[in-house]
Design a protein around this ligand. Structure first.
Ligand code: FDA
Length: 392
């Protein structure tokens, strides 16, 4: 039977970071992944350019049953630490918007960097390896694979969430947690487009391809970023962000012109341009196709001078506080992340080790810590991987 100090399941962002740190400390470390290639999610991330971290990363950018859980790991391995690693490998990068850092060339630069670090640290990587089961008959773990049994002192579960099953996502991490009696928070697709039915779906279909700067809110949470109409519903950064907060059956509020108080603007325009048609006034605030559709939907028309405050109020409401109830999301097929996961109550926030099962660690997306859109999920993978790598 093969024997190692540390066995890591999952050669994604968190698993590779943890492996590098553990092997650097002299721990014999093996990473297993059932996929044929490592870090497939890094490869497809950020439109192929990997939004690898965010300059403004802080605990406020994460959702979790315990919002303070991420504090320690994020503090001990920060965005600046990861940027230093990227710079050490002379990988060119740029800030796109809102502190989001992307590779200039390709996400493959980040994968190559991690693999070079892994090799330099002396860590082994076995791909295309299926895991049949895990037991802990004594103080060590036994992992059975298609090619034999492995004994490990520490077992790190870094196999991510359920999003994008096509490239290897599985619920294996949740199953291991359950097997060892650890509580999990029900997983749910997040950072995902929202879908609609009936008239709203038809409207989205008609406007498919139109994008607009919007302020999208659910309860007390708001995001001001792009919104995109699609054939099935709404997408774009602001919608992906709010999808992590949205609760089924409830509406979201959309401000399609967040810099304009439409009611006041219409009243002022009635004074300055009384002969202007209201449809022209709203065309100046919104993309043409959206303004047209809205004008038709609200049966708008006529000179501003001839229109009442009531009409202005109805128009303003449709633009500044459009209430719309999604029927669902596009699901794991397109979701960037999975909300929920292994409960933070089960883990040490310093080491990511299970309190109930010594030697068992969970890192990255499989844990109930989910970042906003913008490089935060990778920063959590780096930080939690690093935290575990110091202790395994
Ligand atoms: P990750 O999913 O990366 O890795 C898990 C590994 O475990 C995989 O290699 C998988 O094959 C393996 N595995 C799973 N089940 C297994 C099993 N049963 N046996 C063996 N191995 C198994 N975030 C961000 O910050 N910036 C960005 O630009 C993007 N962009 C982005 C685009 C798209 C399309 C998606 C889907 C996601 C993003 N993300 C992102 C999110 C980010 O990719 C994600 O949060 C991290 O990859 C999570 O890292 P982990 O290492 O935890 O899991």
């Amino acid at each position: 039977m093969k024997s190692v100090d540390v066995l890591i399941v999952g050669a994604g962002a968190a698993g590779l970071m943890c492996a590098i740190e553990a092997a650097r400390r002299g721990r014999s470390t093996l990473v297993l992944d059932h996929s044929k290639k490592p870090a497939e999610k890094i490869r497809i991330s950020g439109g192929g350019r990997c939004n690898f971290t965010n300059l403004h990363c802080s605990p406020a950018n994460f959702l979790s049953e315990n919002p303070r859980f991420c504090v320690s790991a994020l503090k001990r391995y920060t965005q600046q630490d990861f940027i230093a690693l990227v710079d050490k490998h002379r990988i060119p990068w740029h800030e796109k918007t809102l502190g989001q850092l992307f590779c200039d060339n390709s996400a493959n630069d980040i994968i190559s960097m991690l693999l070079r670090e892994l090799e330099a640290a002396g860590c082994k990587l076995e791909l295309g390896t299926k895991i049949a089961g895990v037991t802990k008959p004594d103080d060590r773990f036994r992992i059975s694979t298609g090619t034999g049994e492995i004994s490990a002192q520490s077992l790190v579960v870094a196999c991510g969430g359920l999003s994008i099953p096509k490239i290897g996502a599985t619920g294996f991490g949740y199953e291991i947690a359950k097997q060892f009696g650890l509580k999990t928070i029900a997983p749910r697709a997040a950072l995902v487009p929202l879908t609609f039915s009936d008239a709203n779906r038809d409207l989205c279909k008609k406007l498919s391809g139109v994008s607009v700067d919007a302020l999208v809110s659910f309860a007390k949470t708001s995001f001001r970023e792009g919104l995109l109409f699609t054939h099935r519903g709404l997408s774009g950064p602001s919608i992906l962000q709010i999808s992590s907060y949205w609760q089924e059956g409830k509406p979201i509020a959309v401000d399609l012109a967040p810099t304009i108080n439409v009611f006041e603007h219409l009243k002022a325009s009635r004074q300055t341009s009384p002969k202007q048609d209201i449809r022209n006034t709203i065309s100046a605030m919104l993309p043409n196709r959206l303004a047209d559709e809205l004008g038709t939907g609200l049966k708008l028309g006529g000179r501003l001078a001839d229109l009442s405050d009531k009409v202005f109020r109805k128009t303003a409401e449709a633009i500044n506080s459009w209430q719309i109830t999604p029927v669902g999301t596009e699901g794991y097929r397109t979701a960037e992340v999975t909300l929920g996961g292994v409960s933070t109550k089960e883990l040490s926030s310093k080491t990511m080790e299970s309190a109930k099962v010594p030697g068992l660690y969970f890192i990255g997306e499989v844990v109930d810590v989910t970042g906003h859109l913008g490089g935060f999920n990778f920063q959590w993978a780096w930080s939690s991987g690093h935290a575990a790598g110091q202790c395994v």
